[in-house]
Design a protein around this ligand. Structure first.
Ligand SMILES: NC(=O)c1ccc[n+]([C@@H]2O[C@H](COP(=O)([O-])OP(=O)(O)OC[C@H]3O[C@@H](n4cnc5c(N)ncnc54)[C@H](O)[C@@H]3O)[C@@H](O)[C@H]2O)c1
Length: 366
């Protein structure tokens, strides 16, 4: 077999890890490999000032290892600010497993991944994300206690997605209140992009409120399931961003608000569960210039994190619901504060999150 060996000199020129644009003073990046199970995973620990780094594990068929690294760096950073803005005593971390969750995920692979998580001694706590389920977390639990989002029958908090959807719904209502003067979504057209666990649960809240729901997904099977269960319209065109709608709810993957899409978007409000919806911060500024209200993703999609946090802090369901409903107040407050200070909602939310981390860091230094 011909192996192209890159000299350390060449590698250092390209700075593939610390030189990544997404690298933001992450504390630790762990590359995990296991030949027997074909596990290839990266765990990113961004910041542990507020507590252990908690964040889900995503399994995705990344085109390149750089894409996987970029994703884990961005996602783990997002978790730091999500915990901070939600008032939780948690840091930010995330893991990615490179591979197709449908065909390459096995219990052996999950157990081996769990052993790597365990080796970090609790600095990183894992949970489910895209390509993962509560059942997978149950398998991970066999080898480590540093996992949340396990089944209720096993003493866990179960699938976090319904609570994520509830938080997104709260954030969406707050954004609507800010934009339209009323948080009632009846009659509003909402496009849900990605009808997976969160998207489907969000649809239920929207329909209950009388919104007109349009759905899109790259997975035809999911669209069929949703169409057969709910009174929704499937988007049939080939450019969803140009579609007329009141509210755009990105519930698939991140970076959908980018140079190619930002000028096409017709929605007046953007509120969804996907992490890192803005490809870059400047896209948030572009939305603001267009008068589009953007509810920061890491703020309104914290319901799942709040749900699994109950396993660490032993909160009851009522407390989890209260914390999740509070996303409404925080979102409204941040939208108002952003307008007062002439900054984007994303920047305003980040500022509050960073201030909380800095305050705790200073207390720890005393
Ligand atoms: N599950 C949670 O509790 C939670 C919490 C916070 C954030 N999130 C984020 O919310 C998003 C959805 O999470 P989920 O748990 O529902 O995932 P999921 O895997 O159950 O669903 C995602 C859906 O999006 C679809 N999809 C992927 N690319 C698409 C595209 N380009 N266009 C349209 N559809 C596409 C997939 O086919 C799938 O049906 C993810 O970005 C996730 O990181 C989830």
């Amino acid at each position: 077999m011909d192996l192209k060996v890159i000299s350390s000199k060449e590698l250092s020129k390209s700075d593939p890890v610390f030189g990544q644009l997404s690298f933001d003073n992450h504390e630790q990046i762990v590359f995990c490999h296991d030949k027997d199970t074909s596990l290839k995973a990266i765990i990113g620990i961004h910041n542990t000032v507020l507590g252990p780094a908690l964040g889900g594990t995503r399994m995705w068929n990344y085109a390149t290892e750089s894409d996987a690294l970029n994703d884990v760096l961005r996602l783990s950073r997002g978790m730091t600010f999500k915990s901070a803005i939600s008032g939780l005593n948690l840091g930010g971390g995330k893991a990615v497993i490179i591979g197709d969750a449908k065909t390459q995920k096995t219990p052996e692979l999950m157990r081996r991944f769990g052993e790597f998580v365990d080796s970090l001694g609790g600095r990183y706590i894992t949970a489910e994300d895209v390509g993962m389920s509560t059942d997978d977390m149950d398998v991970v639990r066999e080898v480590t206690s540093h996992v949340v989002g396990v089944s209720e029958s096993k003493g866990g908090s179960g699938n976090p997605s319904p609570n994520t959807a509830y938080g997104v719904f709260m954030g969406m209502k707050a954004a609507a209140k800010y934009k339209y003067g009323s948080d009632v979504l009846e009659g509003k057209s909402v496009l849900v992009q990605g009808v997976g666990s969160v998207g489907e649960a969000l649809i239920k809240h929207l329909l209950k409120e009388g919104a007109k729901v349009i759905v899109t997904d790259i997975n035809q099977e999911r669209l069929e399931i949703v169409k057969n269960k709910y009174d929704v319209v499937i988007y049939e065109g080939n450019d969803i961003y140009s579609q007329a709608m009141d509210i755009y709810a990105p519930c698939a993957l991140g970076a959908t608000i980018n140079d190619d899409t930002v000028n096409k978007i017709k929605a007046q409000v953007i509120a969804g569960s996907a992490n890192n919806q803005l490809a870059e911060d400047r896209h948030g500024e572009m939305l603001q210039e267009k008068g589009i209200v953007y509810a920061p993703d890491f703020l309104i999609n914290a319901g799942g994190l709040i749900n699994v946090y109950a396993e660490i802090e032993n909160c009851d369901k009522q407390e989890t619901k209260r914390k999740t409903e509070n996303i409404y107040n925080t979102t409204l407050e941040i939208l108002e504060r952003a307008a007062e200070n002439g900054v984007t909602p994303n920047a305003a939310a980040l500022k509050i999150a960073k201030e909380r981390i800095l305050k705790r860091k200073n207390e720890q230094l005393k």
